[in-house]
Design a protein around this ligand. Structure first.
Ligand code: NAP
Length: 493
């Protein structure tokens, strides 16, 4: 393998693979995809906890240019997503670019040579004309900082490192966390263990999940008549778009949409949870949309089971055999399951050290100025960097909307550079400033600014309390801009 490449892509998940497909379409064939895990698929390789399934309809949660007619359910199980990732890598011949078990420690822009110097753990360095970071948003697991957790003598499993060989049958289990992961995990764990205590800090809005198996005959119809699946995709995308735009982004004028969603979630809970006290505890006190809601038909009924307990008193400490809460209650357990999510704002943004022109450190710069990236993908002072997991980059609810938008942006930008015979692009400061200002104004009318979000503990907000993760525009607007942004917003050399 040569040490210089057209592009180094960090991450072999759907973001990195989308970028690789786009670079190939733009004529770049010397790619290196570096992946810290031992296989491709990102989230869908790492996560394999019981109950894992996509919670966006599968026909929408996939590349539009690579539909999969064979999803077994409307919301496919996680293993099918992993299989789909492998299929994409094979079909687009991406595996030959991938190096697994390779941890990137940092990248520095070499101003003299106009290349990125990418350092790998172990001392190796590779160079590339373009650097694409596709390290994901939810890729750095969060371990709870609870007194005594290291002294626990039983089994501890974080959902991102599920131990498939560990038998939960008959065990006394605790689950910390009630995010989207826990909502999928809890019903499955409850089926196996003899006793389950769920430690909830912040409840989650849960709406009904219209899931169903997709019969083989329908799968065959999708394969034979692709427009039928396109129609299903369009329906799913439109519903998600409506939820996102009306329920979250245009909160100032359409707060009633969020209220309807809250009522629907509460009605769902009333139908499914018998005990009014448990219902009270499971009901969020923050506005729908402040934090990512989820869908489930099996989460709420789990709390009717006599061996499942919901604990809302905060955890004060963990000792060698159990958990003690602030009310003094102690629960002995055999296994501690951590559905405690991910650390976004401390260790991501960026996930590796990135040093641009004049020694500018991207992580420091984001923290000392503001979290910002032009169109959620490029940053002034960082030539030839395509940072896919940037502030304001996440568009819509399905990650594939984001990925495909970014592919469009890359296409327009790289084509413009090629037409000018340029090897180096850089976004202009004023274009970046204008974009940031526009996004900040738009956030100002969203639920993040006007809803009751203080108690949500939502990862949509950064450490300064600003909602800088999601792009506060419709996905239609995001796609339009990706295809039409002013080419003069960049310099080319
Ligand atoms: P999460 O939403 O961040 O939830 C983590 C949970 O752990 C929260 O309930 C949190 O409480 C709790 N927690 C964290 N540290 C704690 C501590 N020290 N003590 C007590 N509780 C603690 O993470 P997640 O559930 O893994 O989901 C992350 C995201 O992954 C989702 O929002 C979604 O975007 C994605 N996801 C997608 C799917 C899918 O099918 N597509 C499935 C699962 C997840 P607080 O809320 O109080 O912080």
């Amino acid at each position: 393998m040569s040490t210089h490449h057209d592009a180094v892509i960090v991450g072999a998940g759907f973001g990195g693979m989308g970028a690789a497909i786009q670079l190939k379409r733009n004529g770049y064939d010397d790619l290196l995809i570096l992946e810290r895990e031992d296989d491709l698929g990102g989230t869908w390789h790492v996560n394999h906890y019981p109950g894992l399934a996509v919670d966006i309809p599968s026909s929408t949660y996939s590349y539009s240019f690579e539909p999969n007619p064979y999803w077994s359910r409307l919301f496919a199980p996680g293993a099918e997503l992993k299989k789909y990732a492998v299929h994409v890598a094979d079909k687009y011949d991406l595996k030959r670019y991938m190096r697994f078990g390779t941890v990137v420690s940092g990248a520095t822009w070499d101003e003299d040579e106009s290349v990125w110097r990418v350092s790998l753990q172990g001392g190796e360095t590779v160079t590339a004309t373009y650097l694409v970071t596709a390290t994901g948003f939810l890729s750095q697991p969060k371990m709870p900082d609870i007194e005594g957790i290291d002294t626990f003598q039983g089994k501890v499993i974080h959902t991102t490192a599920w131990d498939d060989s560990y038998d939960l049958t008959g065990k006394r289990a605790a689950i910390i966390g009630t995010g989207a992961t826990a909502v999928q995990l809890i019903p499955e764990v409850a089926k196996q263990v003899s006793d389950l205590t769920v430690y909830q800090r912040t409840p989650i809005w849960v709406s009904p999940k219209s899931d169903t198996g997709i019969p083989k005959i329908v799968q065959k119809a999708f394969a034979a008549l692709p427009f039928t699946q396109k129609a299903v995709r369009l329906t799913g995308t439109s519903i998600l778009e409506l939820l996102m735009v009306a329920g979250v982004l245009e909160y100032k004028n359409m707060s009633f949409v969020g209220k309807i969603a809250e009522q629907a979630c509460k009605a769902h809970m009333r139908r499914q949870v018998r005990d009014p006290e448990v219902r009270r505890k499971l009901t969020p006190d923050y506005t729908f949309g402040c934090k990512r809601p989820t869908f489930s038909n099996t989460y709420f009924p789990t709390f009717n089971k006599s061996h499942v307990h919901l604990e809302t008193s905060s955890i004060t400490r963990i000792d060698e055999s159990g958990i003690v809460t602030a009310d003094g209650h102690r629960t002995d357990i055999d296994v501690l399951l951590l559905a405690t999510g991910f650390n976004l704002w401390d260790v991501n943004f960026p996930a590796i050290e990135i040093i641009g022109k004049q020694g500018r450190d991207l992580g420091k710069w984001w923290r000392e100025t503001r979290f910002q990236a032009y169109e959620g993908i490029t940053v002034p002072g960082f030539p030839n960097l395509l940072s896919l997991n940037s502030p304001y980059s996440y568009s819509g609810l399905s990650y594939f909307t984001t990925v495909e938008c970014q592919m469009k942006h890359m296409d327009r930008l790289l084509t413009a550079a090629q037409e000018r015979g340029a090897d180096v692009f850089e976004v202009k400061q004023e274009a970046n400033d204008e974009f940031l200002e526009r996004m900040r104004k738009k956030v100002g009318v969203s639920v993040f600014a006007l809803g009751q979000c203080a108690t949500a503990n939502s990862y949509y907000f950064n450490q300064h309390g600003e909602a800088t993760l999601l792009r506060p525009t419709s996905t239609i607007a995001a796609h339009r801009e990706a295809a039409r942004f002013p080419l003069e917003d960049y310099t080319y050399a």
